[in-house]
Design a protein around this ligand. Structure first.
Ligand SMILES: [Ca+2]
Length: 442
């Protein structure tokens, strides 16, 4: 079993965001939007270390590693110094009662789309937390294990087309596989979809209830990244290194499912043309940064969760290299480095079990600009990373006092963070800055 460390959350609220910063409005959504350049935000008058300074000191992780014989390839590839958010955080429960919810997307009118994994249900939720009946017309899902209805995104041309996109475990003859669908959302008291199209089917079909990936990320140039896992069982795992298989890949398609002609393997007979990058294990967390570069956080084996920045045609090593081991304690990798294989930007041992990634670009929390927020399942935390020059320089674990598995984190159009907890009574939380504590005003 995965068992991440739970660090006590110390509510030492020294400072708060400036009123000016809070009054600013931020840009709209989230996973397809990047962060602004790291800056000082509203805290430039404070005497504590400013954003942009390099943190130092002990790491947030204090538990011993599962695989101590594997050493990082460069300083701070793991266990970066602990950092602490100074702005008081207010957690508001927007809605609850979701059965293992998986993803949030924002409709232009301020409502949310929320998926439920095992039931395959999609809900429209108002800002006040009122849930619609399940949207009808979605295809049946294979909801066993890690399967079901996973990610949902509002199409980039939604205002005109009404198109939404989602991922799910598709039941197939001989097993299942991840599929990407799109359809027009028809709003109303009994919402439904119209014009269903399955735009992508992960190949091959396999009997597994695990590791199919499933995050969707639209890019501003009209492409769609889909993250795909390696199905966990050994027959699938080895295919993460096979370019004729979709397993353990990030793929890049157009919204109608066709292949962008500038994909790295287009025109090669020995590779599938949808592949963007290979050698991934199971990616449930993906987002673009301010430069529109894709970042992913991978669910690793015991002691091997990874942050990667997948570049076209590159191999991220799984299962040949890595920093973890089997849950049984048996080795997986002989080594952590190999020619032609990329190093992770950062790794966690013990693991956090990442699901959901947002790179913060809002104005509500100026000190968070450019920071990475990762949902932690076994770690029961919202994991915050501070990066400088594409290296992790600080790590924080937020919300640990709530003992909740965090499945999803997205930035709303209002600059708040929205989270889902992974529970049979799953909750939708909103994170906003609190008031400046008395006597602590700048
Ligand atoms: Ca790797």
């Amino acid at each position: 079993m995965r068992h991440g460390l739970v660090t006590p959350f110390l509510a030492a609220f020294l400072l708060s965001a400036t009123p000016e910063a809070q009054a600013q409005t931020s840009r709209p959504p989230t996973r397809q939007e990047g962060n602004l350049a790291p800056g000082r935000g509203g805290d430039s008058q404070q005497s504590v270390p400013r954003q942009g300074d390099i943190p130092s000191g002990a790491p947030v992780e204090t538990a011993p590693p599962n695989v101590p014989e594997f050493k990082p390839a460069f300083p701070q590839q793991t266990r970066a110094p602990a950092v602490k958010t100074r702005t008081p955080i207010v957690v508001t429960e927007v809605a609850s009662g979701f059965n293992k919810p998986w993803a949030i997307a924002f409709l232009p009118d301020g409502r949310f789309l929320v998926t439920e994994k095992p039931t395959g249900s999609l809900f429209i939720v108002t800002a006040a937390g009122k849930k619609s009946p399940p949207v009808t017309g979605l295809p049946k899902v294979d909801g066993r294990g890690q399967g079901g209805l996973l990610d949902v995104e509002v199409g980039p041309d939604y205002a005109k087309s009404g198109l939404i996109y989602w991922t799910y475990y598709e039941p197939r003859e001989g097993g299942n596989g991840l599929a990407v669908a799109r359809a027009r959302l028809v709003d109303g008291p009994k919402p439904r979809i119209e014009g269903l199209q399955i735009i992508f089917r992960m190949q091959p079909t396999l009997k597994s209830t695990l590791h199919a990936g499933g995050r969707l990320v639209f890019t501003p140039d009209g492409k769609l990244f889909v993250t795909l896992g390696e199905r966990s069982i050994l027959q699938g795992r080895v295919q993460a290194q096979d370019l004729k298989s979709d397993f353990g890949k990030i793929v890049r398609i157009l919204p109608d499912g066709s292949i962008p002609q500038d994909n790295p393997f287009v025109g090669r007979k020995d590779a599938r043309p949808e592949i963007w990058s290979s050698g991934h294990r199971n990616v449930l967390a993906a987002a673009l940064d301010a430069q529109q570069r894709l970042w992913v956080v991978e669910m690793g084996p015991r002691g091997g969760d990874e942050l990667n920045r997948p570049e076209p045609g590159k191999d991220y090593g799984w299962p040949t290299i890595g920093y973890g081991e089997e849950y049984s304690g048996e080795p997986i990798h002989k080594t952590t480095q190999a020619a032609g294989m990329e190093q992770p930007v950062y790794y966690w041992d013990p693991v956090i079990s990442p699901s959901g990634l947002t790179i913060y670009s809002g104005a509500l929390f100026p000190e968070w600009k450019g920071n990475f927020f990762i949902g932690g399942l076994s770690s029961q935390a919202l994991v915050r990373l501070v990066l400088k020059d594409d290296r992790v320089v600080g790590e924080e674990r937020l919300l640990t006092e709530r003992n909740a598995r965090i499945r999803e984190v997205v930035q709303g159009p209002d600059g708040a963070l929205y989270l889902l907890t992974d529970d049979s009574n799953g909750r939708l939380w909103k994170l906003t800055p609190g008031a400046t504590p008395p006597g602590r005003a700048p």
